[in-house]
Write a protein that binds this ligand. Sequence first.
Ligand code: PXG
Length: 438
Amino acid sequence: MSTNADALAALWLPFTPNRQFKPEPRILARAEGMFYYDPQGRELLDGLAGLWCSLAGHGRKEISSAVAKQIHELDFAPTFQFAHPSVIELAGRLAAMAPANLDHVFFCNSGSEAADTALKIALAYWRAKGQAQRTRLVGRVRGYHGTNFGGMSVGGIANNRKAFGTMLGNVDHLPTTYDRAKQSFTKGDPEYGAHFADALEELVMLHGDTIAAVIVEPMAGSTGVLPPPKGYLQRLRQICDKHAILLIFDEVITMFGRMGTATAAERYQVTPDMITFAKGVTNGAIPMGGVIASKAIYDAFAQKDDWQIELFHGYTYSGHPVAAAAALATLNVYRDENLFERGRLIERWLEEAVHRLKGAPFVADIRNCGAAAAIDLEPLTGAPGKRGHEAIRRAFFDEGIVLRVGGDTIALGPALIAEQSHIERLVDGVDRVLRRLA
Ligand code: PXG
């Protein structure tokens, strides 16, 4: 198959400068373990586990076999008023993995759908509880909850919002937890910044009892790996409890070992009312997402008569059998290879390696949290985002590594099967690319 610019004409890629990309496309044709391969067979080290999703590495036969078996046995089955064995088993396994009391799983197909599902559950929950005035949703500056209307509205990344009009009206935002002046080059979670949670008290002062829910990423991934300041999540939980506000953790990046634990909730010992997940649930092999909700939330919908539908929400592919089979096989791999624990090892290796880049050209800050790290570059004067942009992405591709560059930030989040040598190779590659650009 040709991959020249003409062949690419019909394709409209997401979050991509299509016109610049097509004449010089970066094509990934095959993947195995820690590597992608281009159509010529050149090896590219995957520094971001796909897009934070292939935690057990690529090409896992356990998953592809389970997918093939399931597709032969039951290719599709509705979950509107039916169920099937794989989705039943998966719900149980995910509920067992989540903190105690989070034990009802609603399935969808992506992180964006998971965010919108959780926000809708929050609104419907308050209506079911007779507090229909609670309609305000609170996100956070620099938050990312996908690109559907709800997630975009509570999200806090300007470029993802500004072209799309007014969106959901009843939305507010907490401030970001990042303050470079006080946190730069911190290893792990910063000491400074728990007080950023107090902004929620101010929103309560302003909006009274109309706030339905707060949604945050425990570790903000796609904005460039912002670890939670020490005590911040605990404080947010306390304020939510005080004012009866639901707390949603968007764990689309953090669940399944990225934080060295099953969930970030477990790592930080803070239990939200709902967790959203996606990506790693199937190792990225088949789209799937979902929401794990507390018993209190699930039970609140049980006030209607038994024959009545509790929640008028769902997707044709909610709990798709093939995705559920992929997820069950994935969870087995995570368990059999102790990959969540391995996340801690990777965290240590990554922390050691990435902070060596301090002093390399353009490096303005370095952060790490769990098996993730980010390097902020000084922006080019008058063109924020340009330095980190295509030139660098191209340079990485030429260097034989695949890394995420968003704005002027380089993010690293290798698969949890990574060896220390892979991490050294990634960081050395970043170093070489930066020195070449200097
Ligand atoms: N929530 C969080 C916390 C995410 O990170 C989504 C929701 C949306 O998921 P879907 O499956 O709808 O894309 C995400 C997605 C990056 C990057 O470069 C991150 C995401 C997606 C693409 C790129 O960091 N996160």
